[in-house]
Design a protein around this ligand. Structure first.
Ligand SMILES: [Zn+2]
Length: 270
């Protein structure tokens, strides 16, 4: 069973253009298109929830699949046609457009324990094993490593994965692709953004590939920093959110400035 709330990873932005990252197309069917980002990295774009995106990241020993989209039939086979390496399934967070029924073909999935609370609602039928990520751990793929960075805010267990050598990462909905749905409070979001901003600065991370595309819109350090500024403006009362009739997940207020948009509930100001 699928509840409507699961598909509210991003609010409604009616004027936004939907798009996808550029790259050579390597697979296409009615559920998903996979494009090559660089030699050993691919993005899959679904078509059910604002270009919900999954990423396949390959090293010399194994590969990780970051997110599984909503409903991509035979996803394990599709992925196996792109990489010959064994694939580990990880999730940026537990929402139906990232850990949808497509996960059923995978025997285990790694998540942030913070999102355990969402499992009964989002993945009630999952028969595989749920395993847990740790903040700061490295996923070693052979010649390539991904650092796990917990980035709560969108959900309690939202997580990003950073490839320091490549200078990019994967952030799911943690920074909202320009339209963040904040299910936690602003203080949590500020901590998350300050933590990520410092990591991006230290390791020269230029982009974070997001969970959805309204355009060719990877997250930047500037956007992460702008999110901090806007959150602080809300907490100090400098700006006030307006009513957000379309806000899902009980997020009935919205604030926009500095080119970012945050949907939230009044309880987020505490
Ligand atoms: Zn989400």
């Amino acid at each position: 069973m699928v509840t409507a709330a699961l598909f509210l990873c991003l609010g409604i932005v009616s004027s936004a253009q939907q798009s996808y990252p550029e790259g050579k197309e390597v697979f296409k069917n009615s559920d998903v298109v996979f494009r090559q980002i660089d030699e050993h990295t691919w993005v899959g774009t679904g078509n059910l929830v604002y270009n919900e995106s999954l990423y396949l990241v390959e090293g010399t020993d194994k590969a990780v699949l970051i997110d599984a989209g909503t409903k991509i039939k035979g996803l394990d086979g599709i992925v196996a046609a792109i990489t010959k390496k064994p694939v580990i399934m990880v999730a940026t967070h537990v929402h139906g457009d990232h850990t949808g029924s497509s996960i059923d073909r995978f025997p285990e999935i790694y998540i942030n324990p913070g999102d355990t609370v969402l499992i009964p609602q989002v993945m009630p039928g999952y028969k595989g094993k749920i395993r847990y990520l740790a903040d700061g751990e490295e996923i070693d793929l052979g010649d390539r490593k991904l650092e796990v960075v917990f980035t709560p805010g969108h959900t309690p267990g939202s997580t990003s994965f950073i490839d320091k050598d490549a200078g990019y990462g994967f952030s799911g909905d943690s920074f909202g692709s320009g339209n963040l749905l904040l299910s936690m409070n602003f203080s949590t979001l500020i901590s998350t953004c300050e933590k990520m901003s410092a990591i991006m600065q230290k390791y020269g991370i230029k982009n974070l590939f997001p969970g959805h595309y309204y355009g060719n819109n990877p997250e930047t350090k500037q956007r992460v920093d702008d999110m901090v500024t806007l959150s602080k403006d809300v907490l100090t009362g400098k700006v006030k959110g307006v009513e957000n009739p379309d806000g899902g997940m009980g997020l009935n207020l919205v604030i926009s400035d500095y080119g970012v948009r945050i949907n939230y509930n009044k309880k987020a100001i505490n």
